[in-house]
Structures are given as structure tokens and as C-alpha cells.
Design a protein around this ligand. Sequence first.
Ligand code: SAH
Length: 251
Amino acid sequence: MVSFVGAGPGHIDLITVKGRKLLEEADMVIYAGSLVSEEHLKFCKDSCQIYNSASMTLEEIVDKMEEAVKEGLRVVRLHTGDPTIYGAIQEQMDLLEKRGINYEVIPGVSSFTAASSAIKREFTLPDVSQTVILTRIEGRTKVPEEEDLELLAKHQASMALFLSVKYMDRVVEKLKKGFGREDVPVAVVYKATWEDEKIIRGTLRDIKEKVEEEGIIKTAIILVGDFIKGEYERSKLYDPSYSHEYREARR
Ligand code: SAH
């Protein structure tokens, strides 16, 4: 069995209990070395074989998994954040499927929620936005035309941008056009939950310069939207005049 496990955004205690148990029991771990903290590996058995996938190709990774599973070993494929978001796990799963190898996926804390937690804001505020858009700007990987950042920004929803901080120029330009104004709050969270986490706050007007000054070109989430700052309406859930399944209205 191969278990794709979300390692969480950085801090080693942000892996799930299930993920940690699988790491402790694993006979082989293949981890995404560019973003997964090596500290996770200290929970592995001494006999556990450990590979860093950073220098491996898809075929090499899947070959390793296949060899191990054929020997009856338990394999953990450790990905950063949640494996189902920009994890490139589909192609691994499809190859495993073709080769008749069993696998499962264990979710993780994604860096986009680690980022909103770092700035202590809620993505979904009543009458501000009830929608979170997870996206990225086009880099070497194409983004479908219909999902162009400018078009998405027109919705004025809460946004979290992955893999985009290197292209702040284009990001800000498209967001300004989409939102139709420059005072939209932005927070760039670098290495959320790591010891060297940094939070840079601003608006579409000044965030590019601020990020450049800090020299941040990778491992950051760009949060955009009015959820970051400002007024909102109270929730109905805890409103005393509102009753629901678990509570009668109070007068
Ligand atoms: N599966 C991961 C995302 C992998 S793509 C997840 O769910 O978080 C890699 C991108 O994720 C980085 O370019 C960056 O945008 C973001 N990222 C990963 N870890 C991060 C962290 N600790 N803080 C901020 N951004 C992070």
C-alpha cells in the first residue's frame, strides 16, 4: 500500500494524527524535499528507507514505490500542505493504478489556511465574501484562459494565490483590473508556520514594493480581498435573535 500523506504547511505538529502514525510505521518514505520539513523524518523507524523526490522523475518515484510494495513494504509519499492541491499526485496515482498498486490519500493542512490563520482572519465573512478562490498565476504551468486572474478577481471573492509571488508585477496588474480599485487589502505570508514565517501587509497599491524589499520570491501565499481588513456583518450562527437546530432564539 502507498499512502499519499499531507505533511501540512511547515510546523511538524500540523500533520494529521493519521499521517504521523503512517510515518512511524512506514518502511519507505519518499518526501518532497523542497517544501517538507526534514524534521518529520525523525518519527520514522531506523530501518525506514528515505528518499527525497526533489531529484527524481515521476517514473523513478513510481518504480521505487512498486519495488517496495512488491516486497510487502509500507510506503509513505509525503507531500507538502494538502496533497490534492498543486501536489502533482494525480499522475502518480494514475501510474500506480495502471500497475495495479493500492494507494490511499490522507489530507493535510494546506498552506492557504495556514496563511489565513497566520493573519488571524476568516476567509468567509457574511456580506464580504462567502467564497474562497484558490488559484495561481500562469508560470511554466498553463492556466486555462477562463481562469485568468483578472476574470476571477471580478468576483470580489476572498482569494489565496499559490505559486505566484515570483510574478508580483503581473499578479498586481491583473488584480487591479479585476477588482477595479487599488485599495484592496493584500497579505503575503511567507513560510507560514515555519520559524522564519513573515507576514507582509499592504494593498494592491504598495504590496509589490513591500514584497520586493523583503526579497521574497518563493514559498508564499498571497491573500487578497476585503476579508483581510474592515467591517463585516455578524454571523447568524451565534446571533441571539436567531434560532437553529441546536439553539432556540433568545428574547
Ligand atoms: N500542496 C501544497 C501546495 C504545494 S504548491 C499546499 O496545500 O499548501 C507550493 C506552493 O504552496 C508554494 O509556491 C507556496 O505558494 C505555497 N506554500 C507551501 N507551503 C507554504 C508555506 N508554509 N507558507 C506559504 N506558502 C506556502
